[in-house]
Design a protein around this ligand. Structure first.
Ligand code: GDD
Ligand code: MN
Length: 400
């Protein structure tokens, strides 16, 4: 029979968790891991479970406790940071270590304070066995819950903050609807294809603190991770204090904004917009300039306007083609041998999406709703030309 051994590393960052961490390590090793080993809940793989505590050199002796425990349990490791460096930085260090030193196939993000019930772990492993790449614990789906007796402000922050975070990160795309708990702290990620493809350079973190979460969320989903939420029954902290600070919410939202802004897709769309805007300027200004050059007292004005606009439109098309090729789609740059046919296709599609389709629609709208040319032009540009061009550029001209 084929042996199916998988290694999962539970990464637990700690800062002053002396009251929790010993109990947590004991609980995982004595209760949770044996339960997993017995292949409960339909598990089929032989799971090698490891614990990696990343301690921020806690003054309360958290590290000492972990060190003691690691003598007792050979699967329990301690990574000590020189100083409290933020939750995101701690996870970056932990992931790198888990991958390089502990041969992790999967890495968990897990809190030390029993707010994440260890009972959730088997169902997450099961999902990984089923082929998911990224599984997160959600308080918002059926079976998930918030702890009782939360203070009103923190609850409001979670609810409003969670919604705003989803909105900034994903709207209007698919994950806006299916990620219900974007700031959750309980996650597991497949190493192969995901963690091993990421850079763990701290400088790329928009936030070294709690905000790292939303950045990794968007990145992992963008990498095409097969994703699932499992219910998380979020508990009250057993002992000790939360490290959530007054600026944490702002910091998370800022991180959402930056993650979205610098998202490759959004960057591409912004560049596409800028190039298109520039093309519009070339078109209008170009026609004026041509007209000034060629106009004579004998000119046939309607013919001149038509010709000048056609020439300027062609210039705009050329400009759009060049800048999109060099800048917007620099990663999909067209092979020189294919430049001419692609350019001709681009020209043709520009005429179709920029003139034929919108003009037809404007004519129809006018016959249906009366003469409102400017309004119809706006509708045609934003509702037809821009989305159609975006589609054609991505799916035909600069198709990978
Ligand atoms: N090494 C290290 N460095 N560990 C840290 C740091 C740090 O700077 N800051 C916090 N931790 C550890 C804590 O000791 C704890 O084990 C875990 O990270 C989570 O910190 P908590 O202070 O317990 O966070 P929380 O309970 O307020 O927030 C929880 O819920 C949030 C969603 O509302 C966490 O699960 C968050 O991840 C989650 O976003
Ligand atoms: Mn906590």
């Amino acid at each position: 029979m084929k042996q199916n051994t998988q290694t999962a590393v539970i990464v637990i960052p700690t800062y002053n968790e002396a009251g929790n961490i010993g109990k947590m390590i004991d609980y995982l090793n004595e209760t949770t891991f044996p339960y997993i080993e017995k292949k409960n809940e339909g598990l089929t793989a032989d799971w090698v479970m490891k614990i990696l505590v990343v301690d921020a050199n806690s003054p309360d002796g958290t590290g000492k406790i972990v060190q003691e425990k690691s003598k007792k349990y050979s699967n329990t490791y301690l990574l000590t940071e020189t100083t409290k460096d933020g939750l995101g930085a701690a996870y970056f260090k932990g992931f790198k270590y888990a991958m390089k030193e502990l041969a992790a196939d999967f890495v968990f993000e897990f809190d030390a304070d029993f707010q994440h019930p260890p009972e959730t772990l088997p169902s997450m492993l099961k999902a990984m066995e089923d082929g998911y790449d990224y599984v997160i614990g959600s308080r918002k789906i059926k079976g998930g819950e918030e702890p009782e007796g939360r203070d009103f402000m923190r609850m409001l922050m979670t609810e409003a903050g969670g919604f705003v975070a989803r909105f900034i990160l994903f709207f209007p795309f698919k994950h806006f609807w299916d990620v219900t708990d974007p700031t959750t702290g309980l996650k597991v990620t497949r190493v192969k294809g995901f963690i091993d493809q990421m850079s763990f350079d701290f400088d790329r973190l928009y936030s070294r603190k709690f905000g790292y979460k939303v950045q990794l969320l968007l990145e992992t989903l963008n990498m095409g991770a097969k994703f699932k939420e499992v219910p998380l029954k979020f508990k009250n902290r057993s002992v000790g204090e939360s490290k959530f600070e007054s600026d944490t919410t702002t910091e998370i939202l800022l991180s959402c904004f930056k993650s979205r802004w610098f998202d490759p897709f959004i960057q591409k769309f912004l560049k596409f917009g800028i190039v298109g805007g520039f093309g519009f300027v070339v078109n209008t200004l170009g026609a004026k300039i041509f007209k000034n050059i060629f106009i004579t007292p004998e000119s046939n004005l309607s013919l001149l306007n038509g010709l000048c606009n056609a020439a300027a439109a062609e210039l705009a098309i050329i400009s759009n083609f060049i800048w999109n090729n060099l800048w917007t789609f620099s990663k999909e740059k067209i092979d020189p041998s294919k430049l001419l046919p692609k350019f001709l296709t681009f020209n043709l599609s520009s005429v179709i999406t920029g003139i034929i389709i919108p003009s037809t629609v404007i004519a129809i709208l006018t016959s249906l709703f009366g003469d409102q040319l400017f309004l119809y032009q706006i509708i045609a540009i934003f509702g037809l030309t821009i989305p159609l061009n975006w589609f054609v550029y991505n799916k035909i001209i600069w198709k990978k």
